[in-house]
Design a protein around this ligand. Structure first.
Ligand code: ADP
Length: 445
């Protein structure tokens, strides 16, 4: 071979030529490895045929490590994003992300329900095209998002109004965060509060005006003694009315503010019934003509045990039902009050009367404060419009259910059904509540 090469290249040229050949071979191999590396890198993700040794081998190892780190970071970021979106999904409020052109980038299910959107179909749609409420369109166009906007929810109807509080918060480069909150209950509570204040003011103003009129009359007119007594009696009546109203208001506020009744205080049902009967007869006499009892009463206590709860509250609820029966049932009417235990253990306390009855459309609203069917009869007989609201509260606090059945022209039956957990069936010998004990219990509350 050496001799053969010597024909072309004299011996003195053999070394440089060998070096050149080696360099060319090295370059060719390098080129091939570079190509191999590039092919490997172009294949995304690079999976096979990576150079395994030499400089390129090390470069491939490092690239592989970087890629693994990148993959891990992507997985971590994706998990974090998923957690973050799950947290936003769990929010009870609506959350929506809008891009610089007010197109929906993302929204949670609550926001979708608030605005009637489809979380997939409506992505990248302009919010102004989907939410057509004029107030919202103006708010969006105003670019002044310092305060929130109240608007009707998608499912709002006159029977079931839904009010949303909506606020936009700009962030990033022209993006906006849209937060929405269902404030229907808050609005209703606020409206109820306003109505309540207006009603109380009205209820107090009426007797106050009458009282002020009588005071003026007494001051300006020269009345004889019998006239003076007559005016003073009327004034006392109005003062009584205000007192009853304030006392009912205090009872209601106490019921709302105090802890739920426990099971450690009991009241004997028979003693309670005796007290209620005495009060009913007295009230009937007051209302009756010439001090006579105007109603036919039947009081039947078919239960010999006790009821667990707050005695004064239980008495107040039952007494309100009986007082209504007496006040609304005309002369000669029948009033039947019963306490009995049902087979399942519940204790039922019922008041039935043969009064005017109540039309079905009023039944659902009777326990609202100041709701009255017969306004003039209520006022004439000293009603405050709060009696049944008190009954409902007491019932709720004791886990009892108030039911009202009524037929116009025939009469009404008001029933309180106490759960077995509040019923103590057998009175321990000698522990039966005496009338004095009951009076003390009622007075102590
Ligand atoms: P009030 O102080 O006006 O009696 P209530 O809350 O006790 O207020 O009762 C609400 C309304 O329900 C009354 O104004 C009356 O119109 C009606 N009502 C209550 N009980 C009876 C009844 N036994 N018979 C007929 N109407 C009744």
């Amino acid at each position: 071979m050496g001799a053969w090469l010597d024909v072309f290249w004299p011996h003195s040229h053999a070394l440089p030529i060998g070096l050149i050949l080696a360099a060319v071979l090295w370059m060719l191999q390098d080129q091939w490895r570079t190509g191999q590396m590039l092919r490997w890198l172009r294949n995304d993700p690079p999976v096979e045929n990576a150079p395994t040794f030499g400089v390129w081998g090390e470069a491939a190892t490092r690239v592989r490590r970087l890629l693994r780190d990148r993959d891990r970071q992507i997985i971590d970021s994706q998990a974090r994003l998923k957690d973050f979106l799950s947290a936003l999904q769990a929010s009870p409020n609506g959350v929506m992300l809008l891009d610089g052109d007010s197109r929906i980038e993302w929204c949670n299910q609550t926001a979708a329900a608030h605005f009637g959107l489809d979380t997939e179909r409506d992505m990248l749609q302009t919010i102004g095209n989907l939410v057509r409420d004029p107030g919202f369109a103006n708010y969006l166009a105003s670019n002044d998002f310092h305060s929130s906007l109240n608007m009707s929810g998608r499912d709002s109807s006159s029977a079931h109004p839904v009010t949303l509080s909506v606020q936009l918060h700009p962030y990033g480069d022209g993006r906006k965060l849209l937060l929405s909150r269902d404030v229907t209950a808050l609005e209703q509570a606020e409206a109820m509060r306003r109505d309540f204040v207006a009603n109380v003011s009205h209820e107090i103003r009426t007797p106050l005006t009458v009282l002020a009129g009588f005071v003026e009359t007494l001051q300006t007119l020269n009345l004889d003694e019998s006239e003076r007594q007559q005016y003073l009696a009327l004034m006392a009546q109005q003062a009584d009315r205000m007192q009853t109203l304030v006392s009912d208001l205090l009872t209601l506020s106490k019921l709302e503010g105090s802890v739920l009744p426990g099971f450690d205080t009991h009241v004997a049902v028979a003693a309670l019934m005796r007290q209620l009967e005495a009060d009913a007869l007295a009230l009937s006499q007051v209302i009756g003509i010439a001090g006579d009892t105007d109603h036919h009463f039947v009081f039947k206590c078919e239960f010999d045990g006790e009821l667990a709860g707050v005695p004064s509250e239980l008495f107040s609820a039952m007494s309100n039902l009986i007082s209504n029966a007496v006040r609304y049932t005309p002369v000669g009417g029948h009033i039947t009050v019963k306490a009995r235990q049902l087979a399942g253990g519940c204790l039922v306390f019922s008041v039935a009367d043969t009064g005017p009855g109540i039309a079905a459309e009023h039944l659902g609203r009777l326990t609202e404060r100041f709701y009255r069917v017969d306004r003039s009869r209520s006022r004439e007989t000293g009603g405050t419009g709060l009696g049944l609201a008190i009954v409902k509260h007491v019932a709720q606090r004791h886990g009892a259910i108030l039911t009202i059945e009524s037929v116009v022209g025939k009469g009404s039956v008001f029933t309180l059904t106490f759960p077995p957990s509040r019923v103590v069936p057998v009175v321990v010998a000698g522990a039966q509540t005496s009338q004095e004990t009951l009076s003390a219990q009622l007075g102590a509350q």
